[in-house]
Design a protein around this ligand. Structure first.
Ligand code: SF4
Length: 349
């Protein structure tokens, strides 16, 4: 993908929505994770330093006097840190010379790649200006990492995460509740907590699993080999995971629409009990109230549990829920509210 004047990749983390995007390599060198659709049908390509610098020049020209308003930058694509350390440092220094107001530069990094770098290399990157690494941990459960072909072990996740933290780079670890489906849910929750406890990242970012059409995980689901969790089961799993987080000071961030309970966010350990209580309150609701919240949230009427007190919105969602129930009954009950919502939201992932 190209903007009008320079090369821009397809995705960035939600927290980098306002950042300047500079693509230092194209696509994903691994490209095998079974839940991921982003770079399928593409090939990984390295870019030369010259090419990257030309993109930075083009971006600077495009922004003109607005260059001084750009304070954050994100280096794309899926594993920009794969670049030789000395070259990546040169990119960062050049980027800062053309965008002098940039004070935060971040990138994605695969665990295997980060684990291969030394702490002193990572420190050099940090000193040059690499402020934060976004890493897709997804799960700390070995059998699940194999099942979804993540291409790394729990130990590599710990080593890579610790190296980034020891180098002083701010670390965001992304976790995916629901990724183990019904059969691996407990192991996924408990082992992911164990790995996070060993890393103590700055941020734990929650992105609940949704099976994306066309992915290998979707094929496994159609064959009946993978059985997705319902929204409510995913909340139960996240509760188990958070209850097992001990001795760390990470901030749990919920910044993705796939998370049902956006109020499950806060800083450990002080907000742990509040987050657990929010999930307990939800799970203790009568089934009608849970379904009302589920439908209202998924369709954008509710932002949190408090919103269910708004009578106008509540009446609107009651009507939608009745319609869904009637449709399910008319079809003989062969599908669930989760199925209806999955279908309705399949283009919004
Ligand atoms: S999840 Fe990340 S590492 Fe895995 S295939 Fe997708 S982009 Fe590549």
């Amino acid at each position: 993908m190209f903007s009008d004047t320079y090369d821009v990749g397809p995705i960035r983390p939600p927290s980098e929505a306002g950042s300047l995007l500079i693509r230092v390599s194209r696509n994903c060198p691994w490209n095998k994770c079974e839940f991921c659709h982003v770079y399928k049908e593409t090939k990984f390509e390295k870019k030369s330093l010259d090419e990257i610098k030309k993109d930075i020049d083009a971006a600077a020209q495009l922004y003109g006097s607005g260059v001084s308003s750009i304070s954050t930058a994100f280096l794309q694509d899926a594993n920009a840190i794969l670049m030789k350390t000395s070259e990546l440092i040169e990119v960062i220094i050049y980027l800062k010379s053309r965008f002098p107001a940039v004070s935060r530069i971040t990138t994605y990094g695969r665990a295997q790649t980060v684990a291969r770098k030394t702490v002193s290399e990572l420190k050099e990157l940090k000193d040059a200006g690499l402020s934060r690494l976004h890493m897709g941990l997804e799960s700390g459960y070995g059998p699940l990492l194999d099942y979804i072909r993540k291409g790394c072990s729990p130990e590599e996740l710990i080593v890579s995460g610790r190296k980034a933290m020891d180098a002083g780079i701010s670390l965001s670890e992304y976790i995916m509740p629901g990724l183990g489906g019904k059969t691996m849910s407990e192991g996924h929750a408990v082992e992911t907590a164990r790995v996070l406890n060993a890393i103590d990242p700055d941020f734990i970012r929650v992105r609940s699993c949704r099976v994306i059409p066309g992915t290998p995980l979707d094929e496994k689901t159609r064959r009946g080999e993978f059985i997705p969790l319902s929204d409510f089961e995913t909340v139960e799993e996240l509760r188990l995971l958070i209850s097992n987080l001990e001795g760390i000071t990470s901030e749990i961030v919920s910044d993705h629409i796939l998370n049902l309970l956006q109020e499950v966010r806060g800083t450990l350990p002080k907000d742990k009990e509040r987050m657990l209580a929010a999930m307990d309150d939800f799970l203790a609701l009568p089934i009608h109230e849970k379904e009302l919240f589920q439908v209202g949230t998924r369709l954008g009427w509710f932002g949190d549990l408090e919103d269910m007190r708004d009578n106008a919105r509540r009446r609107r969602v009651e009507g939608i829920l009745s319609g869904i129930r009637e449709e399910i009954a008319a079809q003989g009950g062969g599908f669930t509210i989760d199925d209806v919502l999955r279908e309705a939201l399949k283009d919004r992932i």
